[in-house]
Design a protein around this ligand. Structure first.
Ligand SMILES: C[S@@+](CC[C@H](N)C(=O)[O-])C[C@H]1O[C@@H](n2cnc3c(N)ncnc32)[C@H](O)[C@@H]1O
Length: 535
């Protein structure tokens, strides 16, 4: 069971800015609760009756959020006030936001959703949750099918805060376009009164059937917020105009979607260009989008937010396992098939390529006595001892079941003992000690391992082991997280530790690229291999 956190989500909602922010945080709150977290959902605005908001607290002031929490997730249309950000900072060490904010002063937040690291020239340690993988949509936009009718849907979110609807209606009216336009807006506006008697225009105020209006339309004219995502999920061609910096960035998420026709920022759109694009869309047959928009955004986001919180929580803390934890862990997976699963490898190919890699980097020709720490099922011995018959190998394996599996192989020149390496006492010394795939999850520290191995290796003998790499560059990517059950090592700290102990000379430090049998740079690898010579 992974750790549970106290999380608060705070969104803004009003007729003016719309309800999209409140709805998506409501959906995310439900998903986070389902994962077992203790979640508070606040909406800054007056009460809304919708089942998503069953457990929501409606507040009139950000300061009403005054409970200490482990993470705050913000979703505001407007730029946040500095004083609000400072207030939230007092409640938590971690703030994640759906919006970048000018007051954010280049990343006061710890994480941003829907933003790319690339767009920030910042070295600061901010997590970016980016991609359609995280798109949150209500079920009504991903599951229903609608009849197709011959009108154009127009909506700029909420109550059209920048008053764009009259401009586009006027442009349409002054052109030769005769298509019906259905306008959706949350509250009535005087600016629309002149269109109310117009036969070509139909205005829907606070429609309860918004998704039907959207779903039945031929195509849509819309702003670049959640309404765009919803329309694209309904497979609509969209003529999209962004109303804010956040929307400009949000629209980029859909740059590969063939139904998106992006006109740009609202300030820079010419009537000519708008009408040109409109006419192209009008002539198009109904939109076809081969790749449906993913339905699991909330689940993906709550999973990865959890991963990130666990990762932050464990930063610099080494996980300490005891002997029983390790035995249980491998006994539990012993029933699994195929074999690589019993040993916790990712695939048969990665297990094989790792063993081949060891064969490449160790000069087995010169080895006569070999101790393998955590020898598992004896697969590595099978590969090596068949080729080098002058080697005698002793395997030490803590799991009884894996130990007997290796014994049943009846390999020539191989003996195995069922014991905990760190308690092992042997008279003989070896000219090679290996320890492969063990250190990320075992009951001894790297330092104890180095000290103990030192006692077991003859002078000029070799020690070869691998560690899981904390500096793997994949962890910089927004959607990639460390396996929380493992310890991850800083390869440079490991080098320092070896040098400080003064028992070994470092011969090689190598990166392994799983799946491919070739050497690579440290930052490009999940596992770093060390070849040491005893001095
Ligand atoms: C990921 S498997 C790797 C097996 C093998 N070295 C290989 O290359 O395929 C790790 C093995 O280390 C064993 N192990 C973990 N801690 C150990 C300890 N303290 N003493 C002996 N074996 C241990 C586990 O039981 C498991 O079989």
């Amino acid at each position: 069971m992974s750790k549970k956190f106290q999380i608060s989500l705070i969104a803004e909602a009003s007729d003016n800015v719309g309800y999209g922010h409140a709805i998506r945080t409501g959906i995310l709150a439900t998903s986070l609760r389902e994962k077992g977290h203790k979640v508070n959902h606040y909406v800054l605005g007056s009460k809304i009756n919708n089942k998503i908001f069953r457990n929501t607290k409606f507040i009139d002031n950000s300061k009403k959020v005054s409970q200490k929490t482990e993470c705050i997730i913000l979703d505001f249309y407007n730029n946040l006030k500095k004083s609000d950000i400072y207030h939230f900072k007092k409640q938590t060490k971690k703030i994640i936001s759906f919006q970048d904010s000018k007051n954010n002063n280049k990343l006061k937040f710890n994480g941003l959703i829907n933003f790319k690291k690339k767009d920030y020239n910042s070295k600061s340690n901010v997590k970016f949750f980016y991609g359609l993988k995280y798109l949150i949509l209500g079920e009504n936009f991903t599951s229903k099918k609608f009849k197709k009718k011959d009108y154009i849907f127009l909506c700029f979110g909420g109550s059209d805060p920048l008053n764009q609807i009259p401009k586009y209606l006027n442009w349409i009216k002054l052109s030769k376009i005769k298509k019906k336009i259905y306008v959706a807006i949350i509250k009535d506006s005087k600016k629309l009164s002149k269109f109310k008697k117009d036969n070509q225009v139909k205005i829907f105020i606070n429609s309860r059937k918004l998704e039907k209006l959207m779903g039945e339309s031929k195509f849509a004219i819309c702003s670049g917020g959640n309404i765009l995502a919803e329309l694209l999920a309904l497979n609509k061609n969209c003529l999209c105009i962004s109303l804010s910096r956040n929307q400009r960035k949000f629209v980029k998420l859909f740059s590969n979607n063939s139904n998106l026709n992006y006109l740009g920022d609202y300030k820079n759109i010419s009537r000519k260009n708008f009408l040109h694009k409109f006419n192209i869309l009008e002539k198009k047959v109904f939109s076809l989008n081969p790749k449906p928009i993913n339905k699991f955004g909330a689940e993906n986001l709550s999973n990865d937010l959890t991963n990130w919180l666990i990762d932050q929580d464990q930063k610099n803390k080494t996980k300490v396992f005891n002997k029983d934890d390790i035995i249980k862990d491998y006994e539990k997976s012993f029933h699994k098939k195929p074999l690589y699963k019993k040993l916790h490898w990712g695939s048969a190919a990665s297990m094989k390529s790792r063993h081949n890699f060891l064969e490449q980097i160790i000069n087995f020709k010169k080895v006569s006595s070999w101790l393998d720490v955590g020898s598992g099922d004896g697969s590595l011995q099978k590969l090596i001892l068949n080729k080098f018959d002058s080697i005698n190998c002793l395997g030490v394996e803590i799991s009884k079941k894996l130990h007997s599996l290796s014994k049943h192989r009846k390999l020539k020149n191989f003996k195995s003992i069922n014991d905990d390496f760190i308690n092992l006492s042997l008279k003989n010394k070896f000219n090679l000690v290996t320890c492969h795939g063990v250190l990320s999850k075992t009951n001894f520290s790297l330092k104890d391992f180095l000290k103990k191995s030192n006692l077991m290796i003859k002078k000029n003998g070799y020690l070869v082991f691998d560690i899981t790499n904390l500096h793997w560059k994949k962890f910089e990517n927004s959607n990639f997280f460390k396996e929380p059950a493992h310890n991850w090592f800083n390869p440079y700290e490991v080098k320092k530790l070896i040098n400080n102990l003064k028992n070994f000379k470092i011969i090689k430090i190598l990166g392994l690229k799983s799946g491919k049998n070739k050497k690579i740079k440290i930052k490009d690898t999940h596992s770093v291999f060390y070849v040491l010579k005893k001095i």
